[in-house]
Design a protein around this ligand. Structure first.
Ligand code: ARG
Length: 412
């Protein structure tokens, strides 16, 4: 006898939060039907089997959307912006708008009137999902946050109703994995003074176990397109580099992260491919961009990263930032060789037809280049630091002959 014949689409992982959301959306929010949507952004297979099994046990209509290609392309766009938030290459953050879009598409196609997530009121993901969804006509629901649920309450609630929550992902750490990064947080790691055991890492080996290796990354317009001279699609490119650099222990981050709501959290990440691509891309920019472009781009990149962290990639500001980024990247074509050794990735060679570099001008062995000769620097050298010398009283302000002999009129 329900008056409500409405359907809600739930972002579904099969974990505790989203599992308890299913009955709650029916009992507390009066929806007739809940559909679960899991979006593939490169999580490990076990996560999909867990989601599928839990959905089956709940009798939940379950949709899986493959968004790996789209996500990989976004990650490679992020490299063009040297994406980095306080040392974190933004794996979880970049994935959220992709996931939110994919779920919204299913919700609209299936005629849902609402869309829901299982995030708590403490993290960033609630804000990232809702920034996308609130631009649609659908109602947005966050049961865990709105009903003020705690983890203990959810466990009890699940036990009372015999909900399937004994999944494989309920270990000590809270883990979020996608193509771009693996994030590990919670439990003992919440104590900033706790030294993480090696066992938290899955993508990276302890540095030092393998021999130094060189890898050459090719870029076109700032997009990474090849490894060691072979063209490779974005998903495979990222997977290949994760494996290759992970074996050298490259791409571990242990940091205090300032979340959007103002809380600090201790985060650990693994991101081998992101580290190698970041090092290579910055090295290529170093060769082809002018000093002024590089200086300005640092600010633009930081602003882009801040917006990406906040899940605001649809902001008009981001379009404007990308206008600048696109213009600079037209010359970021070429290749960079990166040395992988003992936990570090270091650019050791770079080449591009757009190099803003004259070997003969920089060389110690040539006298005159493009009509400029060594002695031309003398005047510059005399002026360099002149104001500082005046300020320090090293020279009298009217004793300008000590520096250079300008022809000046008394009134200037
Ligand atoms: N703090 C990171 C972010 O907001 C990642 C959080 C990932 N979640 C997790 N359960 N490990 O982007």
């Amino acid at each position: 006898m329900s008056e409500n014949t409405e359907t809600v689409a739930l972002a579904f992982s099969g974990g505790l939060d989203t599992t308890v959301c299913v009955p709650l959306l029916e009992s507390e929010y009066d929806y007739d039907e809940v559909i679960g949507v899991t979006v593939d952004v490169g999580q490990p297979d076990e996560e999909f089997s867990e989601a599928r099994e839990t959905a089956d046990a709940l009798g939940l209509d379950h949709y899986v959307v493959d968004a790996r290609e789209e996500f990989a392309e976004l990650c490679l766009s992020a490299v063009r912006a040297n994406a980095d938030y306080q040392g974190y290459p933004l794996g979880t953050a970049l994935a959220r708008p992709v996931i939110a879009d994919a779920i919204l598409e299913v919700a609209q196609r299936e005629g849902c009137t609402a869309i829901a997530h299982g995030c708590t009121g403490k993290g960033n993901d609630q804000l990232r999902f809702e920034a996308v969804w609130r631009a649609s006509e659908l109602d947005v629901i966050a049961p865990v946050r709105e009903l003020g649920l705690t983890r203990e309450y959810e466990m009890e609630y699940a036990a009372e109703r015999d909900l399937p929550v004994e999944g494989g992902n309920e270990g000590a750490w809270s883990i979020d994995t996608n193509l771009w990064s693996r994030s590990i947080e919670g439990d003992d790691l919440e104590d900033p003074s706790y030294v993480p055991p090696e066992s938290i890492y899955e993508w990276t080996s302890s540095p030092g176990g393998v021999e130094t290796e060189l890898v050459e990354i090719g870029f076109e317009d700032g997009y990474a397109t090849s490894i060691d001279g072979e063209q490779i699609e974005p998903v495979a490119l990222i997977e290949t580099l994760n494996e290759l650099a992970g074996a050298h222990g490259i791409g571990r981050t242990d940091m205090m992260e300032d979340r959007m709501l103002g809380l600090k959290v201790r985060e650990n990440y693994e991101h081998p491919a992101a580290t190698v691509l970041g090092v290579a891309h910055e090295a290529l920019e170093g060769l082809v961009l002018t000093a002024n472009e590089r200086a300005t781009k640092t600010t633009i990149d930081q602003e882009w990263s801040e917006n990406a962290y906040q899940g605001l990639l649809s902001a008009p500001l981001v379009d404007a930032l990308e206008g600048f980024i696109d213009t600079t990247q037209t010359r970021v074509t070429g290749s960079v060789t990166v040395k992988l050794e003992g936990g570090h990735a270091r650019a050791v060679a770079r080449e591009s037809e757009y190099a803003v570099y004259s070997e003969s001008a920089a060389s110690f062995n040539t006298e005159t280049v493009d009509g400029i000769e060594q002695a031309d620097a003398t005047g510059v050298a005399k002026y360099h630091g002149y104001q500082d010398r005046l300020a320090r009283g090293a020279i009298a302000s009217d004793d300008q002959d000590a520096v250079v002999s300008p022809t000046h009129s008394d009134d200037d």
